[in-house]
Design a protein. Structure first.
Length: 374
């Protein structure tokens, strides 16, 4: 009797699962990938894409093609619900029974329910929306006008800093130019980084004329800008990058959730409570692990653990025993400053250089190409 593993979402970890399945399938198991998008957009290259360093084909993986290489079934649809107890996934009006399932669906933009955000702001979550943002920027620049285009980037984390610099670079090449403002609710930008990294980022932003506003809460977004703490900031383009929130799918599913609404998993990445559902990437919270950052590097490290542990559940002791995932305490960070350089953070070292950009470019290209080549 054929069993079924349903992959919900085409994130970093599921790319690894598909690659390994192409090499080592389990004969009596059907693999099904369900995703609303036919392409995976690699997040690490999105700022470079926005700035014009890359074209879309260079940072995307064709999911139907990868599924075919793995002899898996691809179904393009939004997943509306995952029933862990009943072992059912509902997507596009179709029900998929499963023996095991895994979620790798990323996150939603935090603060997405702020008035006007959904109607008037752009984002890069999910990453495929970066193409919409770049097209909108190009259209507004082409339209021109008496004044430079005003851009407001809401969110001073790593994504906000990189995107603000990338958009300024792309607009600077246009005769109309632009004015970019970076708005952060907290007291500092890049709160997850050291003071040294923050100084380097602020220096890079200032050198490009990007204004940084901290301690400002955005109350609403409209077609002409944002309202923050009662003050109005005019903007012809608003980009919303205010952190990560749990994906809406989890609200409609009977799966365990952490206090922030993310799928709650144990150290083996299995849903707490014993349902045959695993998870990886930004959509999960790990019981007892504290606040693991929502960053792609964690999904990449989780991928082999997810793949092994689901295989163990399918094959039993013949495959071995489940292994725990232990989040790394630190990791190499490379922030693209859109000027041929990058800010590198590794343990106690923080600096900006051209070699750091070359390293980032090589790492990112290699990651995508290993799946494109299949």
């Amino acid at each position: 009797m054929t069993r079924r593993w349903v992959l919900v979402g085409g994130g970093h970890a599921h790319l690894h699962v598909l690659r390994e399945w192409a090499r080592h399938p389990i004969d009596d198991v059907e693999l099904v990938l369900i995703s609303p998008y036919a392409r995976h957009h690699y997040s690490g290259m999105v700022p470079g894409y926005l700035g014009g360093t890359y074209e879309e084909a260079q940072l995307t993986v064709d999911l139907p093609r990868l599924a075919r290489a793995a002899r898996a079934r691809f179904f393009q649809a939004w997943v509306e619900q995952v029933d862990g107890a009943g072992r059912l996934v509902q997507a596009g009006g179709v029900r998929f029974a499963f023996d095991v399932a895994s979620l790798d669906v990323g996150s939603a933009p935090a603060g997405g329910r702020t008035p006007g955000v959904e109607a008037h702001a752009f984002t890069v979550r999910p990453m495929s929306r970066a193409a919409e943002l770049r097209a909108a920027l190009d259209a507004r620049l082409a339209r021109g006008g008496p004044d430079p285009l005003a851009i407001a980037v809401v969110g001073g984390g790593a994504a906000g800093v990189e995107v603000a610099l990338a958009l300024e670079r792309r607009a600077a090449a246009h005769a109309a130019g632009c004015v970019v403002r970076l708005v952060e609710r907290g007291p500092v930008i890049l709160p997850e980084f050291s003071a040294r990294v923050r100084r380097l980022a602020l220096r890079a932003l200032a050198a490009r004329g990007i204004e940084v506003r901290t301690g400002c809460r955005v109350d609403a977004v409209d077609p002409d800008g944002v309202r923050l703490d009662g003050e109005r900031m005019a903007a012809g383009l608003v980009v919303w990058l205010a952190g990560a929130a749990a994906p809406p799918l989890l609200e409609s599913s009977n799966l365990p959730r952490d206090p922030q609404g993310f799928l709650l998993v144990d150290a083996t990445l299995r849903a707490v409570g014993g349902a045959p559902v695993w998870g990886a990437g930004d959509c999960i919270g790990i019981e007892g692990a504290g606040n693991v950052p929502k960053a792609g590097v964690y999904a990449v490290r989780e991928a082999p653990v997810l793949n092994r542990n689901v295989r163990v559940a399918l094959a039993g002791r013949a495959q071995g025993t489940p292994v725990p995932y232990r989040p790394q305490r630190s990791f190499l960070s490379l922030l693209n400053t859109a000027d041929g350089r990058a800010i590198v953070r590794w343990r106690g070292v923080a600096l900006q250089s051209r070699w750091a950009w070359r390293l980032k470019d090589r790492i990112d290209r290699r990651f995508v190409q290993q799946y494109q080549s299949l």
